[in-house]
Design a protein around this ligand. Structure first.
Ligand code: FPP
Length: 242
């Protein structure tokens, strides 16, 4: 990656990693081969994020809808992620990376949840970069679980009803599974698809969107850097006039 500095670095970059299957097919290989190569892109982007001073890097690794893929692919993906976590944790920790998994963790196996907890605990105090892996996540699920949490709170604590009914957007943020994490400034999707696919629907309301043709296994440091350069040229107005 070129060391020339980039201006206006986003605080939170989020990546929709797409195109692993197509990348593998182009090479006459099984889809899982693309996922394995995709882990290398994850490593490259984490390094690039640390080098450029991005504070939060999030990855859409597995959506709620991805559970509907063939069982063999789901199992292979889960095993790959647990293996990658175990293999990379030492180096992440050494580089000050805090590792966080967000999503509907009730759907993950006890074994996977135990490895995730171990990695999260080990890196909890790091503050150079927060690496968030969205696993078994979807935006609609997140908004729904927040609404249910709020309803349950109103039933349990009737004295809170007035303050809940008066709360604004920031108040609702606290019920989302991303509470405490800044909204993404930039969401990049690879592989030429131009949609959000049920990702960060609330949190991405004012994110800059970038759709690139590169397939995820080819999205490495130079592509990450180009995405930051594209972001630096954007004019964010948040609905106001400048
Ligand atoms: C989308 O490509 C990719 C995924 C659903 C999985 C991405 C996961 C990884 C690369 C592993 C990440 C590892 C860690 C540790 C976070 P696709 O299969 O939808 O490709 P296609 O659109 O070409 O079929």
């Amino acid at each position: 990656m070129s060391t020339e500095s980039i201006s206006n670095i986003p605080v939170h970059v989020s990546l929709i990693m797409d195109g692993n299957g197509r990348w593998a097919k182009e090479r006459g290989q099984e889809r899982v081969y693309g996922h394995i190569e995709g882990v290398e892109s994850v490593r490259a982007c984490v390094e690039a994020a640390v080098q450029t001073g991005v504070r939060y890097l999030s990855l859409y690794a597995f959506s709620e809808e991805n559970w509907n893929r063939p069982q063999a692919e789901v199992t292979a993906l889960m095993e790959l992620m647990v293996k990658a976590m175990a293999a990379e944790m030492g180096i992440l920790n050494k580089n000050g990376v805090r590792f966080v998994v967000i999503g509907n963790r009730g759907r993950l196996s006890a074994e996977i949840n135990a490895s995730i907890d171990e990695c999260m605990d080990m890196t909890a105090d790091n503050d150079v970069l927060t690496l968030i892996v969205f696993l078994s996540y979807s935006g609609k699920w997140d908004i729904l679980q927040a609404a249910k949490k709020m309803a349950a709170e109103m039933l349990e604590f009737p004295e809170k009803v007035d303050s809940i009914l008066e709360m604004g957007v920031d108040g609702f943020d606290r019920y989302l599974v991303t509470a405490g994490i800044p909204d993404p400034d930039l969401i990049v999707r690879t592989s030429g698809e131009s949609r959000l696919s049920n990702y960060l629907l609330w949190q991405g309301a004012y994110s800059e969107l970038l759709f690139v043709d590169t397939l995820w296994p080819d999205f490495r440091k130079e592509e990450f850097r180009k995405a930051l350069e594209s972001y630096a040229k954007r004019d964010r107005r948040y609905g106001k006039v400048k």
